[in-house]
Design a protein around this ligand. Sequence first.
Ligand code: AMP
Length: 535
Amino acid sequence: MPDGFEGLGLGDEVLRAIEDLGYEEPSPIQAQAIPALLAGGDVIAQAQTGTGKTAAYSIPIVERVVAGDRTVQAAVIVPTRELAVQVAEAVHALGRVRGVTVVPLYGGQPYDRQLRALRGGVQVVVGTPGRVMDHIRRGTLELDTVRTLVLDEADEMLDMGFIEDIEFILDKVPAERQIGLFSATIPARIEDLAQSYLREPRRVTIQQETATAPQTRQFWYQVPYRAKLDVLTLILDFESPQSAIIFCRTKREVDALTEALEARGYKTAAIHGDISQGQREQQLRAFRDGRVELLVATDVAARGLDIPDVTHVINYDIPDDADAYVHRIGRTGRMGKKGEAVTLITPREMRLLRLIEQQTRTKMKPLRLPTVEDIVARRREAYLEALRTTIDARAGNTYADVFAALAPDYEAREIALAALYLADGGEVPARTDGTRPEAESDDDVRAAEAAPSEHGMVRLFLDAGRKRGVSPQELLREFSDQAGVAPTTVGSIDVYDRFAFVEVKPGSAKKLLAHPQLTLHGLPVNLKKATPKRP
Ligand code: AMP
């Protein structure tokens, strides 16, 4: 456990729970709010989802819970059912080692289930204003033993018209209590509420440092939480990054993501605080050498490390503040190189994104998710680009001998197309006749190449030669008999072992090419326009 959390005055049990969650160090809001809340005072924290605000108040709550006391010691009021469940889960996870009991209370769930939990002796309740108020009215919940009350997303609750319910609840807690007011914005009505109910609150905000982001193209995708992995792989396929660092919030997330990516066939290196120094070096070396293209990391592990410039920074989890954001994306686009930063954002984290934009004075561009067609088109583009670069660099010259070996038998275009196919991962097709064709004799090859077509004549290629008994005389006769081609319109005739070239006037070429099927010695022959072997 790095000093980060240890310096905050927490007990071993909670530190262990934090460690189990994979947090490496407190987020900025936590570093400020935790000590203040532990000291028992009131706190107003301006913090959005994604800043680690939930743990910022849940950690002090579980730390302050008196273990043997089975009364309600803390209450957290949140705007939505979803958040109630999330917060209750966080409190449970953080308080697990201490045996802290917690229940979420929200509308839509039968009362009796919540009642049973409440009667069992719950130490922390997390509820929506309406349902908490209902329980108080029914006498099924009493807040007179509460020592900590947290209002989370206070501005949202205000917008949703819960302000009177909140005041009702605030009036039910004892005078000797602390209040934590967490809100993304502090509108006047919330400020008034704080004035009436909080005593000398400590104000906590993420520092409004104006960090400026480097010249990196910055994008974001809005993604439902559950779809993050799928979206990441879609992006990886679409962008095909040469080298990318993927940032996660926690050590656990790094492990889980690395495993998931490996399972999907992406070679991935991973670093975080629990990975031994030797292992980390090894992972980094693989990444630096380009043996793996992806490095999954926590902020802490990536800090201060000599990581080479990468083509992409991917924020799998949004960083908790602008400084961390700038630090992360500073890994790309250095020294005039092209860089891209892509951030995945869940709908709830939109406000944090806006805040980061504001503080870094940059506008990130929203992107829609790529479709399969986009990915195909993008790959083609990348392939073309790679080919252009390779051609310009003459990097293919080492294959000149391979080309030379093929050139006698195939057109340059055919060779190029086959090479493109194989280079793109195409499989070698099975030969239909199961044999390798015999090479033409050297004589044939040289002769064929040495014969450019005469001016005004069309050079035709015939797939039958000496081995099928073809002779110039015979060709003249058969062309005349079968296609009505006058021998006077025929120029040079070159017959080789397996093929022949015949030059004819354009009109005759037309006649011959249009002929449905020429035969020689009773067997069909194919005729086509010869393409020049070499320019
Ligand atoms: P919140 O702002 O409370 O919605 O938290 C956002 C996410 O950050 C949650 O998934 C938390 O589990 C995670 N988180 C909270 N504190 C830390 C921390 N100190 N280090 C890493 N992750 C954290």
